[in-house]
Design a protein around this ligand. Sequence first.
Ligand SMILES: [Zn+2]
Length: 195
Amino acid sequence: MPECEKHQYILPKKSIVSEMIMREIHTQLHHGGRALTLSHLRRKYWVVSAHALVRRCINQCVTCRRLRAKAGEQKVADLATSRITPDEPPFTRVGVDFFGPFNVKQGRSLVKRYGVVFTCFAIRAVHLEVAHALDTDSCINALRRFIARRGQVGEIWSDNGTNLVATDRELKRSIQEWNDSKIRSEMLQVNVLFT
Ligand SMILES: [Zn+2]
């Protein structure tokens, strides 16, 4: 056993010198753990209560913190059943929303028309319709045209205008004022759940 290992330099715990020596040894050991750093330190130095110091040094070491960091995880809820139910025809469960208005020429006058977008929850296919006005009947007509073209629909989800961007106040207000129950009963007659 070499002499310097028998009679180490005694260093205080709270000293910048002890800290620097500890950090140096830790780096030389390619960021080894506590026990390894301590055993190498004690070949030459005796730091009073070295455990606390080595723990602090390793905790503060940027490289070690980066290497031991947990990988980030996304917090995402499970997909809704309507999004992942297999073996159903496209447009079995759809979401519906309105957009517009667009100015359309009719004869010599300009009239407002609105777009209706249907999206399939499962495969994200899109179907577009035109609504002639922002009333319940136009909405029902658009829904019926959509069903006539795409086949039987199981569920229709509307957001009742709450998610619409507030740029077009008229559109938002009209959708909120819709007689939901009328649309719902109309859709129930063709076996569609309107939510
Ligand atoms: Zn380190």
